[in-house]
Write a protein that binds this ligand. Structure first.
Ligand SMILES: Cc1cc2nc3c(=O)[nH]c(=O)nc-3n(C[C@H](O)[C@H](O)[C@H](O)COP(=O)(O)O)c2cc1C
Ligand code: SF4
Length: 419
């Protein structure tokens, strides 16, 4: 397999094997409608040879909205025209479009959503700290139906498929995970495999009832995580077997949960930026911030996994050996050689990236010209921390030049395209 050859996800032809992985845009208005900044961001990507984009996570219901400002929603038919405009634009560049649909479950805050936090169990997230109301059976079925309706909206808006966010500790992941799902009803863990797939199964079935069998359903999963009772390789392979049985269109392999968010993307831990922007820290007194910055953060930092190139590739290789469903691998790809290694040497169908595309929306065009190209992204994670701000996602460091954060600069001027 080669990077620059066509490949398929279900019936959808992609012009090459590089995908923009779901990346929160922070560019929707207070009601979840995409703004001009949202369209501009995607235009930059589409105009520069990306085969497909997976949108940032969009919320299916108000109680499943993230705490970050500016998240887009797929919760109402009123959004149809905006999303139709987006897919029309992407398709003009032969860039395929997948809408990522999600419910945060316990990983949000009632003060932001205006609704009680809900979850698979009453167990709190160690990061979000709010005890969720346990979803009862009718409520769980209601959310299954909302996932189906969101997929239907995506189909009507011209998306080539949807991606279910079953990774990073969000609601579907909470149902799957044996350390979080302690239910005894129909949504309990499967006795044979020890993982809770029934919620996801019903979502996939509901989407097929509403959208037909040929509408592509992609699923993003976390291969493992950092809980004491972490998801084991055996459980991960049970999950792949389940997705194989459900005949989903592609599986994207990621890692972790928001309880240890820096292990999802890895790299630097920008402590100062966290103290200035993070919802939980920015209100604290100067003394508390000093203690956090000088005593607590250094010890937290030590617990994070060091960034290695292609860090989810070993899991992707395991998955690929277990199924013929196309595998997408994400995490720590920055060099042309690494992408080639995954696709050509390891026979992984697609490589997806997030931060390198924030730093350089024209990355694929550069790789086309120079197969040895290395992204300028420094994995400093300033962009990740700034998801907590009210500004659209962008790169805060270009190459070796630190860009002063000036939130008064309009988004378009911040989006520097390096040729
Ligand atoms: C700013 C930012 C926003 C992200 N938003 C999402 C998202 O909405 N949905 C998702 O599944 N992953 C999201 N991720 C995770 C990425 O898709 C990806 O899994 C992770 O960053 C590792 O890939 P990378 O090394 O290419 O950045 C986000 C990451 C970053 C840095
Ligand atoms: S701010 Fe820029 S350089 Fe830093 S991780 Fe994000 S994209 Fe990469």
């Amino acid at each position: 397999m080669e990077i620059f050859e066509e490949a398929y996800i279900g019936p959808v032809r992609l012009k090459n094997r590089i995908i923009r992985s779901a990346t929160f845009e922070g560019a929707a208005d207070a009601n979840g409608f995409p703004t001009e900044a949202y369209f501009n961001l995607y235009k930059q990507l589409a105009a520069h040879d990306v085969a497909a984009v997976i949108s940032g996570f969009t919320y299916i219901t108000r109680n499943g909205k993230a705490m970050h400002p500016g998240q887009a929603g797929c919760d109402s038919p009123e959004k149809l025209d905006s999303f139709r405009r987006l897919t029309d634009m992407l398709h003009r560049y032969d860039c395929k479009a997948f809408l990522q649909i999600a419910h945060t479950g316990r990983q949000t805050m009632s003060s932001v959503t205006g609704c009680p936090v809900v979850g698979v169990s009453a167990q709190k997230s160690v990061y979000f700290k709010e005890k969720p109301d346990v979803l009862n059976i009718p409520e769980a079925h209601g959310l299954i139906d909302s996932f189906g309706k969101a997929a239907q909206l995506a189909q009507q808006a011209g998306f080539d498929g949807i991606q279910l966010h079953a990774a990073h500790g969000y609601l579907i992941h909470q149902f799957l995970h044996p350390a979080i799902n302690n239910r005894t009803d129909e949504f309990k863990l499967n006795p044979g495999t020890g993982i809770g797939t029934f919620f996801l199964q019903r979502i996939i079935e509901n989407i097929r009832e509403k959208c037909g069998n040929s509408f592509p359903i992609l699923v993003k999963v976390s291969a493992s995580d950092d809980y004491k009772k972490h998801f084991t390789l055996t459980q991960f392979l049970h999950l792949i077997d389940f997705l194989d049985l459900m005949k989903v269109s592609a599986i994207e392999i990621s890692y972790g949960t928001m309880d240890a968010a820096f292990n999802i993307f890895r790299g630097d831990f920008p402590g100062e930026r966290i103290l200035a922007e993070n919802y939980f820290y920015k209100q604290k007194s100067p003394l508390s911030k000093w203690i956090m910055g000088n005593l607590i953060f250094p010890s937290i930092k030590k617990k994070f996994i060091e960034l290695q190139p292609m860090y989810n590739l070993p899991f992707a290789v395991e998955a690929s050996a277990a199924t013929r469903i196309p595998i997408i691998v994400v995490g720590g790809f920055k060099r042309g050689e690494e992408i080639r290694h995954a696709i050509h040497d390891c026979q992984i169908d697609f490589v997806s990236m997030s931060r390198p595309f924030i730093a350089e929306p024209d990355l694929v065009t550069k790789l086309k010209k120079n197969s040895q190209y290395e992204s300028i992204c420094q994995s400093c994670n300033q962009c990740a921390v700034m998801c907590d701000s009210q500004y659209p996602t962008r790169c805060y460091t270009h190459g070796k030049h630190e860009v002063t954060h000036d939130s008064t600069i309009p988004f378009e001027q911040n989006l520097i395209i390096t040729q």
